[in-house]
Design a protein around this ligand. Sequence first.
Ligand code: WT7
Length: 653
Amino acid sequence: MSDIDVLLQETRSFPPPSDFRVTARVHDARLQDDASMDPVNFWAREASELTWSKPWDTVLEWTPPHAKWFQGGQLNASVNCVDRHIHGPRRNKAAIIWEGEPGDRRTFTYWDMYREVNLAANMLKKLGVVKGDRVAIYLPMIPEAIFAMLACARIGAVHTVVFGGFSPESLRDRINDCGCKVLITADGGYRRGQIVPLKRNADEALKDCPTIEHVLVVMRRRSGVGDETFAEMQEGRDHWWHRLKRQVPKHCEPEVMDAEDLLFILYTSGTTGKPKGIVHTTGGYMTGVASTTKYVFDLKEEDVYWCTADIGWITGHSYLVYGPLANGATQVVYEGAPDWPEKDRFWQICERYGVSIFYTAPTAIRAFMKWGTPYVEKHDLSQLRLLGSVGEPINPEAWMWYHKHIGQERCPIVDTWWQTETGAIMITPLPGVTATKPGSATTPFPGIKTALLDTAGNEIGVGGGLLAITHPWPSMLRTIWGDDARYVDTYFTKWPNRLDLYFPGDGAKRDDDGYLWILGRVDDVLNVAGHRIGTMEVESALVDHPAVAEAAVVGKAHEIKGQAIAAFVSLRAGFTPSGSLRDELREHVAMKIGALARPDDILFSADLPKTRSGKIMRRLLRDIAEGRALGDTTTLADPSVVAALKDQYEAQE
Ligand code: WT7
């Protein structure tokens, strides 16, 4: 019965509503067809929509696997996000409508943004930051986080934003990997009514960050935050944002940047323990995000756009900062949790500001489903006209729920597949053109070329395979900071002698209509609530604990988070398994990496299942964690280990 259901769901198709289609920016399939003929022409046309101080000489130089876009061209990202809007009717249009978790509100027009970004840029200059320097940003979701990013862009400094939920150690490692000169943080931020002590975490991290010269501290003013206990200021090193702001000039001339100059580095997890610093450059990245924001979200002048992502992730960079602002959008920015103080907070915000475009993650949609429709029905969501999803495959039932209860069967849903590395959306419906199917990201964006390949590199027409991107695109990562060999090795060696094929790490299938269905990661990377976590990172954090001899980490299906972390741990001599040790290890991982990496399950085991060559067989551990019959165990050195583990795991459940 349930199998039939799945089949039925997979064949459902939702053409764009006709009233949506007639007013959509793209309403016939031509954009997609023309562009698929020639990505270079398409992207050149899209790039010409940006403000350049000098036009480019060549659109693309491709020496696989290294691409350069728009060489010879010069532009500044902050000019494209702010200055270009202040001369016409957008000058006093709201750019950011911000709401803090405790309920405080602030609104900034494009003119306000211009003033704030100029001041922030001058603050950084005053602290000695020059073009090419790296600046770490460890802030809550407050307007200053956006000003800080754009201020870096204005003076040509490279920002690296570290998610506020990451631990001091994670912050320290990122700062040290790229040698940041300045850190921008805040006394604290709000999350579910609690204060996240960012400055204290930062102080902890900075005990071991020799390159940091200054710390700029935003006061997130509410009772309790901003007092000395949350921010002990170190004389000479630390500076209050609001004080320094009064000491700098109001205008900062934007730095002229080459198209290929670095815009930012953002760290993401890979298959080894060390996060990768993904490098994005100015011209190509801005082209990719500006173009996709406009077409994928069908963005119009009067829209109120809300992307619920945190700026600590690529979604926040591309679709909360650079994409919407380059398009002169009005957007909502919210600091806190979706269930604080009540589980209707998001719908309250949609109603209060008349949100018309709403972009969130499947993990959030599954939580809303679980909380129930009464929280939604209390609110007027009549202004919504388009919904988006990103971060992991969306289950057909979650898609249908989103469509029915949030979109009220009126709003197209864009399921957007992309990655930190791709910079911008790659596979997505165009909402005025594409008939959507629940669970499918549909087809590539114009100018994007993909293929499904088997491991030998043969093309698969219909069926499952490895996803590949077969032509460079402007917003692609340029390298991994400080490790170009790892760049080549991670993304361009999946198919022998094919340095021109980018491998994103995902499997996918193509149906009879040519639609793509992303199946998820095929490497040792987990996707927990839409966040990428490397199994190796969690294993390293576990092995760091004195009681642990060896650890193997796998993902197991989870109703809300998509995947949860299950760890198998063998202890060193002298330590015995216990509930309290289990809790201690879970906290140890949270402390080392951040709460998002805390394992759900930990199973103690004398041995881990290994092949005769000593490789841990994660596939079998996944079978155990997900309660399946064990797959092929014939390659194991000692098959009895895994059978015993399975019994033990089931006993614990
Ligand atoms: C991985 C990238 C792109 C911003 C959020 C995550 C998975 C992302 C989808 C989607 C199925 C998706 C992939 C991808 N993913 N979007 N619409 N359907 N899977 O960025 O942390 O770089 O993770 O997220 O597995 O490789 P990220």
